[in-house]
Design a protein around this ligand. Structure first.
Ligand code: WT7
Length: 676
C-alpha cells in the first residue's frame, strides 16, 4: 500500500500549484480582419478526419505534381507526407509571388548600427539573388540535390538567400547558429558530411564588428581531424567588395561569394522538382547528453505546415509587416522568419543585432520606423526588456495587432507586462508551444477563435491531438488538472522525418517509451514523446511545465521549477528568476532560488525574505527556498536561455563544467564568489 501510494505521488503526478488565470479576449477589430475565424476548423481537423484534413494546408502551396497519398505509414515512425507530390520550396517562397508582388518587400534587413540604411529587398530582388547564388552553388561548387551544405551565418539577408538557393537545387542546408563556435560547426559538418562551408567575414553584435571568418578556419581544421574534408569555404562580405576580417583567406579553399557571383550575373536556375518527402534541411539540436541530433525536415509536409500556421496562428496578411526577433540559426527562425512567412508572401524583418543595442528602446524604434504590426519573441527577451527598459515601449508610436511568445513557459506576470506595455493592451498574444523536432506549432490558441490565458499555451493546434500519459503509460483523463508526460497521438506534416543518419536513436528517443508495438505500421501505435511535462485544465488548455527533468522533488512532492520561478516574479523588484534543486538529506531536494533585480533596486536581507515569503504564499511552505541568491545577472546561453545546470552545479558545490560557450561566462565566478 505504502509502495503504491508512493508510486502514485512521486511518479505519476507532478504537483501543480499555479492558479489558472482569467481569460483575455481578442478585440472585435482583430477578429474582423483575422485569417481564421471559423471555429469549425477544429472539427475539420478532428481525429476522424485525420490525415486528409491536412490537404487544407497543402493547398496553400503550388505543386508541380499533385500528391496521391496524404500520409504513408509503411516505414513508421518515419512518416511520409503528400507522397507522389513534386514541389520546390524556393519556388513557393519566391517565384510564385512575382506575378502580383514583384515589387513588394520580402525582407527588411535592419543592420545593428543605427546609422546604416535598412535594406528593403523586394521579391524581384530576392528572386535574382537566389537564382545567382543557386547558379554559383551548382556550377562552382558542383552541388546537387541531396548534398548537404553547412551554413554558419549570422542574421543578415545573405542567410535566407543562401537557404533558398540551396532549396532551389534540392541541396540540404544545415545552418549552424552564428554565435556557436567553430568547433560546434565542425561537429555538424562532420555529422552531415558537408564538403562546403558557407560563412561571412564579420557581423555586428553589441556595437562591435565581430570577426566571424576565424571560426571557419577552426571548423575546417576540427572537421579534418574527424575525417571530414571541407574543400570550399564560401565567404560572404558584410560590406560587399571589402574584406572586414583580419583572418587571412586560404588560397584555393576560401572564396569571396561577391567575387564569384559576378560570373553568374543574370543566370537563372530552374527550381528542381523535388519529391514532397525529400529533406529540405537539417537543424541540429543539443540534447542534455550525447552529440547533437540533426533533425531532418522534409519539403512538402514541412512547408505546408509552416505556411498554414503562419497564416492562421501568426495571422499574417500581405499588407502586414512581420517581425520575429529570433535567430534564423534556430528552428523558430527557419519556420517563422523564413519559410512560413515567405511562403505566404509576407514582409519579414531580419535584425542583425541584439535587442538592447544601443539602448532598450531599439526594438520599438524598429517597429515604429518599419510599421511592424506583428511581433514575435521569447520570454527571455521579454524579461530582459522588462528588466532594463520597462517604460520604453510607451515612448514610441507603433501598434502591434498580434504578438507571439515562444521557447519556454512564460510567467503570467511577464505575460501581463508583454500584453499591457509592449502590446499597449491592443495586441492579441499567442503562446506557441513546439520544438525543433516538430517543425511548427503544437499548441497555441487560434487568435480570433480562442481566448488567451496567461501562462497557458492553449489547446492543441487543429490536427494536433495531445495526450498526457503518466509514468506507467496510463492516459490521464482529459482536463483532469494533473501533470504528466505530454505526447502527440498522431503524426503531422511539420514533424521531423528522422535524426540524420540515426533512425535507431530517433525511434528510441521519441517513440519507444509509449509505443505498444514496435512493428506496427499504424500511426495510432506511435505517440510522439515530447519530453515535456504538462497539465491540461478543464477547458482543454495545456500548461507546459518544462522538460520532464525540470521538476524538483521536495519531500515526495514534485514541484515544477517554472511555478516557483513564476511565484518569485510576483515580487515587484524581481526581474528574472531561476530555481535549481539542491540535495538535502531529509527532503531529498530543496529549491535554491536565484533572482536578478530590476534597475533601481538593490539586494538586501529584507528583500530576500520577502521573495522567499512570496514562494510560501503562492505555493506553500513546501516551496520555501533553502536560500534566495540575489545575483547581478544569470548565466545565459548565447540564445538567452538561463543555464540552470550551471546554477545547479554552483548550489551543489559541484564542478560547473565548460562554461566558455555561455554569453557571459564571467558571471559564474562572480556568483561563486558570493557564496564564500
Ligand atoms: C522546448 C523546445 C519552439 C521553438 C524554439 C525552442 C520549451 C517551447 C514553449 C512554450 C512552454 C515551451 C519546451 C520544448 N518550449 N515553447 N510556448 N511554452 N515551453 O525549440 O530548442 O527545440 O526547445 O522549449 O520545453 O520542449 P527547442
Amino acid at each position: 500500500m505504502a509502495e503504491k501510494e508512493n508510486l502514485e505521488v512521486s511518479e505519476a503526478q507532478i504537483a501543480v500549484h499555479w492558479q489558472e488565470e482569467a481569460y483575455y479576449y481578442p478585440s472585435p477589430q482583430f477578429i474582423a480582419q483575422a485569417n481564421m475565424t471559423d471555429p469549425s476548423i477544429y472539427d475539420r481537423f478532428s481525429l476522424e478526419n485525420f490525415p486528409n484534413c491536412y490537404k487544407e494546408y497543402a493547398d496553400l502551396l503550388d505543386w508541380y505534381e499533385y500528391w496521391h497519398t496524404t500520409l504513408d505509414t509503411s516505414d513508421a515512425p518515419c512518416f511520409k507526407w503528400f507522397v507522389g507530390g513534386k514541389i520546390n520550396a524556393s519556388y513557393n517562397c519566391v517565384d510564385r509571388h512575382l506575378a502580383k508582388n514583384r515589387n513588394k518587400t520580402a525582407i527588411h534587413f535592419v543592420p545593428e548600427l543605427e546609422n546604416e540604411k535598412v535594406e528593403h529587398i523586394t521579391y524581384q530582388e530576392l528572386w535574382v539573388r537566389v537564382n545567382e547564388m543557386a547558379a554559383l552553388l551548382q556550377d562552382f561548387c558542383g552541388l546537387k540535390a541531396g548534398d548537404r551544405v553547412t551554413l554558419h551565418l549570422p542574421m543578415t539577408a545573405e542567410l535566407p538567400i543562401t537557404m533558398l538557393a540551396c532549396a532551389r537545387l534540392g541541396v540540404i542546408h544545415s545552418q549552424v547558429f552564428g554565435g556557436f563556435s567553430g568547433k560546434a560547426a565542425a561537429d555538424r559538418i562532420v555529422d552531415s558530411k558537408s564538403h562546403v562551408l558557407i560563412t561571412i567575414d564579420a557581423y555586428y553584435r553589441g556595437g562591435h564588428l565581430i570577426d566571424h571568418k576565424e571560426k571557419a578556419d577552426v571548423s575546417v581544421a576540427e572537421a579534418k581531424k574527424d575525417g571530414q574534408v571541407v574543400d570550399k569555404v564560401l565567404v560572404w562580405q558584410r560590406y560587399p567588395g571589402k574584406y572586414s576580417s583580419p583572418t587571412p583567406m586560404v588560397d584555393g579553399r576560401d572564396y569571396f561569394v561577391n567575387d564569384l557571383l559576378k560570373k553568374y550575373y543574370g543566370v537563372r536556375i530552374d527550381p528542381v522538382k523535388m519529391p514532397a518527402e525529400a529533406p529540405l534541411f537539417l537543424m541540429y539540436t543539443s540534447g542534455t547528453t550525447g552529440k547533437p541530433k540533426g533533425c531532418q525536415h522534409g519539403t512538402g509536409g514541412y512547408l505546408a505546415y509552416v505556411a498554414g500556421t503562419s497564416k492562421y496562428v501568426q495571422d499574417i496578411h500581405p499588407e502586414d509587416v512581420y517581425w520575429c526577433l529570433a535567430d534564423i540559426g534556430w528552428i523558430t527562425g527557419h519556420s517563422y522568419i523564413v519559410y512560413g512567412p515567405l511562403a505566404i508572401c509576407a514582409s519579414t524583418v531580419i535584425y542583425e543585432g541584439i535587442p538592447n543595442y544601443p539602448d532598450p528602446g531599439r526594438p520599438w524604434r524598429i517597429a515604429q520606423d518599419l510599421g511592424v504590426n506583428i511581433f514575435h519573441t521569447a520570454p527571455t527577451a521579454i524579461r530582459a526588456l522588462r528588466k532594463i527598459g520597462p517604460d520604453e515601449p510607451k515612448k514610441y508610436e507603433y501598434h502591434f495587432k498580434h504578438m507571439t511568445t515562444v521557447g519556454e513557459p512564460i510567467e503570467p506576470e511577464v505575460w501581463k507586462w508583454y500584453h499591457e506595455v509592449v502590446g499597449k493592451g491592443e495586441a492579441i498574444i499567442v503562446d506557441t508551444w513546439w520544438q525543433t523536432e516538430t517543425g511548427g506549432f503544437l499548441c497555441s490558441t487560434l487568435p480570433a477563435i480562442k481566448p488567451m490565458k496567461p501562462g497557458s499555451a492553449g489547446p492543441g493546434m487543429p490536427g494536433i491531438h495531445p495526450i498526457i500519459f503518466d509514468e506507467d503509460g496510463k492516459e490521464l483523463p482529459a482536463g483532469c488538472g494533473k501533470a504528466g508526460n505530454i505526447c502527440i497521438q498522431n503524426p503531422w506534416p511539420g514533424m521531423f522525418q528522422t535524426i540524420w543518419g540515426d533512425r535507431d536513436r530517433f525511434v528510441k528517443q521519441y517513440f519507444e517509451r509509449y509505443c505498444k508495438d514496435p512493428k506496427s505500421k499504424d500511426w495510432r501505435d506511435w505517440p510522439y514523446l515530447t519530453g515535456d511535462a504538462a497539465v491540461q485544465a478543464p477547458d482543454g488548455y495545456y500548461r507546459i511545465l518544462g522538460r520532464i527533468d525540470d521538476v524538483i522533488n521536495v519531500s515526495g512532492h514534485r514541484l515544477g521549477t517554472k511555478e516557483l520561478e513564476s511565484a518569485a516574479l510576483t515580487v515587484t523588484e524581481v526581474a528574472e528568476s531561476a530555481v535549481v534543486p539542491v540535495a538535502d538529506d531529509i527532503k531529498g531536494k530543496v529549491p535554491d532560488l536565484y533572482v536578478s533585480l530590476k534597475p533601481g533596486y538593490s539586494p538586501s536581507k529584507e528583500l530576500e525574505d520577502k521573495i522567499a515569503k512570496a514562494l510560501v504564499t503562492e505555493i506553500g511552505p513546501i516551496a520555501k527556498p533553502r536560500k534566495v541568491w540575489i545575483v547581478p545577472d544569470m548565466p545565459k546561453t548565447r540564445s538567452g536561455k538561463i543555464m540552470r545546470r550551471v546554477l545547479g552545479a554552483i548550489s551543489n558545490k559541484k564542478d560547473v563544467g565548460d562554461v566558455t560557450t555561455l554569453a557571459n561566462p564571467e558571471i559564474v565566478t562572480a556568483i561563486q564568489g558570493m557564496m564564500k
